[in-house]
Ligand binder design. Structure first.
Ligand SMILES: NC(=O)c1ccc[n+]([C@@H]2O[C@H](COP(=O)([O-])OP(=O)(O)OC[C@H]3O[C@@H](n4cnc5c(N)ncnc54)[C@H](OP(=O)(O)O)[C@@H]3O)[C@@H](O)[C@H]2O)c1
Length: 343
């Protein structure tokens, strides 16, 4: 079996986990890597990912990466570069990404149409996933097949995120602000654009017509000064939040993406966390799926975000050109992963 050739786009939190998932993968071969940070250019990608050198060097030369004739790019930058995405897709290279805003019109209809046109030009496909939004949506779709009737779908991510050392991401989502800061709900809502896309993708896959998608949030404040190592919070600052993104159809909420994110547990209110995901379908029959890590594993780590994208690569390479979503692909599985060597 010849392996599919993959270029990794950046080696941040998710990208590093993707590199670990790609190295030694029985069906995939890491042939190149794009570096956003100038200091990463010229460095071995294994070293950038905290593993042994693998003989692949990171570069910021997009054309040199396309000349490697990859089957797929695993695009996991902090923010999208639409010119790069357009160039990659137009060159006939498929993309898997963890930026769920790319699943639909999260960055606006112009961007979506531009990328769809690039797919058409290059006969390539763009698929966006991740853990949540992403694979949880695919899992709820799989569970929905057992139902005779669906009344309402809800997905909950409920985590203490203090193990995810990404201060920039937390600050962008209002952590550290005063709970009464009028900017706080809007900051979360902007960053929840990806959940709005998740609801639209699920609605489309289940043939549900949405009237609108609504957002609400609540905040918890730190009860003490806390130092997490990667970030400090002062007493009274936002240290956790709850959010609900609701897809409304026929005047009622029918698909909900909910989340409880806490940074530590010294806060009020100190909501209990599930340490994972709870997916529920109300209907005939009602179905609940709980996904929780075993042992010291943490779902808020980058591996569960990166791997649904990496494991989808064979399906995305085989897919019809265009922006494809969970409803368009076969179920993504951990095919080839039994007894894989640890890297
Ligand atoms: N769907 C999900 O479940 C899920 C979960 C978590 C994250 N995500 C998404 O996955 C993507 C990657 O997340 P992450 O936590 O891995 O990100 P990250 O570590 O903060 O950043 C990833 C890489 O982006 C590059 N970068 C830094 N600043 C940039 C900028 N201003 N513009 C463009 N690129 C920049 C850097 O590349 P170099 O390493 O080359 O310098 C950095 O290492 C994000 O879009 C995030 O929203 C999705």
């Amino acid at each position: 079996m010849s392996k599919l050739r993959v270029v990794q786009w950046t080696t941040g939190k998710t990208g590093t986990a993707a590199v670990r998932g790609l190295v030694g993968h029985p069906a995939l071969e890491l042939v190149g890597c794009y570096a956003y940070s100038p200091e990463k250019v010229g460095r071995d990608v294994g070293e950038l990912a905290g593993i042994a050198p693998i003989g692949v060097t990171a570069t910021d030369d997009v054309e040199a990466l396309l000349a490697l004739k990859p089957d797929c790019v695993a695009y996991m930058a902090y923010r999208p570069d639409f010119d790069q995405l357009d160039r990659i897709l137009s060159a006939g290279v498929n993309i898997v990404s963890t930026m769920y805003m790319l699943a639909g019109a999260g960055y606006g209809e112009d961007v979506r149409d531009r990328l769809a046109a690039a797919c058409e030009r290059g006969r390539s496909s763009l698929y966006t996933t991740g853990v949540y939004p992403g694979h949880m949506g695919m899992t709820v779709l799989a569970a929905s097949a057992m139902c005779t009737r669906i009344d309402r779908i809800s997905m909950l991510e409920s985590l203490d995120m203090s193990g995810y050392a990404n201060e920039r991401m937390f600050r962008a989502m209002s952590i550290g602000l005063d709970p009464d800061d009028p900017a706080a709900p809007g900051m979360i809502e902007v960053n929840c654009g990806s959940f709005k896309e998740q609801i639209r993708v699920l609605a489309q896959a289940l043939a549900i017509e949405l009237d609108e998608v609504r957002f609400t949030a609540e905040f918890a404040a730190a009860t003490d000064d806390v130092d997490f190592g990667f970030m400090k919070l002062e007493k009274g600052q936002i240290s956790g939040f709850k959010g609900v993104i609701a897809g409304i159809s026929g005047g009622r909420s029918v698909i909900e993406c909910r989340f409880v994110w806490k940074v530590g547990d010294q806060m009020t209110p100190n909501w209990p966390v599930e340490d994972g995901y709870v997916l529920e379908i109300e209907g005939d029959p009602g179905v609940q799926v709980r996904l929780a890590p075993i042992g010291s594993a943490h779902f808020a780590s980058a591996g569960p975000t990166a791997m649904p994208a990496i494991n989808a690569i064979p399906h995305v390479v085989a897919a019809a050109p265009g922006i494809v979503n969970h409803g368009d692909l076969p179920f993504v599985t951990g095919r080839h992963l039994l007894n894989r060597e640890n890297v």
